[in-house]
Design a protein around this ligand. Structure first.
Ligand code: FE2
Ligand code: FE2
Length: 292
């Protein structure tokens, strides 16, 4: 017997006992208690009990399942999960980036009716694989000492943060919806920055395929939203150009590279997402204006 079903049966049985006891008190107070009345009362309550058991178990079941799911998700999304505390201490740049991605992704997901809470929560955890070697990632390097990856080995280590993230999430028993989004957040994206860098150095050991993440591509709307929010947060940080142009270019790149093909996003939803991203990112940039 499944846990929710057991709980479900217990709740219904509790209602039965409580109703029966209250009626008993009512009869007693009315002053016409008789054993025959008691038997009829028991039989009538037993039929109610059967009726509830017959009609409502699935409703109760799904209500209890959704309530416990909601509780679990709220716990994961309040930034006090041990993994997130570790991220904020050991990889503060990645932690800040993840919080920004969460805000951007959650708002966009809401706009197209996707699971906004899943997007927010998965965004917090999407780069936990960087915990393995935080200093390799520029967002965690001290200002003035920024050193992008320069060797094939370092680029492979960068790409590994996806698999490391999946491993860490599995060990921490995170929900599989989050693990899937961690696995898909870079899809099979091409690391063009590193490719161009190696090409300039005329390295003989570069093959285009080595500069791609191993995937899978986003399989759901939520995974696609996370991928886009992740790229946009990173791009708007280094590119001071127009937000509208950055959003258009990012979408164009992902679409041309077939990264959104398996996510089931419709053209209408893509337009809504662009609008949501532009609005949120322009709001964030505005907050960066110094009033001192
Ligand atoms: Fe990442
Ligand atoms: Fe990221």
């Amino acid at each position: 017997m499944s846990k929710p079903f057991k709980l479900n049966a217990l709740v219904i049985f509790g209602i039965f006992i409580l109703g029966f006891a209250l009626d008993l008190v009512a009869i007693r107070l009315a002053g016409f208690f008789s054993w025959l009345a008691l038997v009829f009362l028991f039989i009538s309550h037993f039929f109610y009990f059967l009726l509830i058991i017959g009609l409502l178990p699935h409703r109760f079941n799904s209500l209890i399942v959704s309530l416990s799911r909601l509780r679990r998700w709220f716990r994961l999304s309040n930034l006090t999960h041990p993994l997130l505390l570790r991220l904020s201490a050991d990889a503060p740049g990645t932690f800040y980036h993840s919080v920004m991605v969460a805000n951007i992704a959650a708002r966009a997901a809401k706009m197209i009716g996707a699971d906004s809470l899943l997007c927010r929560t998965a965004s917090y955890f999407h780069d936990i694989g960087k915990l393995k070697n935080p200093q390799l990632f520029i967002e965690n390097q001290p200002e003035g000492e920024i050193k992008p990856a320069q060797s094939i080995q370092e680029i492979n280590d960068l790409k590994k943060h996806v698999d490391e993230g999946v491993k860490i999430a599995q060990e921490a028993n995170l929900p599989k919806e989050i693990i899937n989004l961690i696995a898909q957040h870079h899809g099979t994206t091409f690391c063009s920055y590193f490719f161009k860098f190696m090409k300039k150095r005329k390295s003989k050991r570069f093959i285009e395929e080595n500069f791609r993440y191993s995937g899978p591509k986003p399989q759901t709307k939520e995974a696609a939203v996370l991928m886009l929010a992740d790229s946009l947060e990173a791009r708007t940080r280094v590119d001071n150009g127009s937000i509208k142009e950055i959003v258009e270019t990012t979408f164009e790149d992902k679409i041309k590279d077939h990264q959104l093909d398996e996510s089931s996003l419709s053209p209408r939803e893509i337009n809504k997402l662009k609008y949501a991203f532009i609005e949120t990112l322009e709001g964030i940039r505005h907050q960066r204006v110094s009033y001192f």
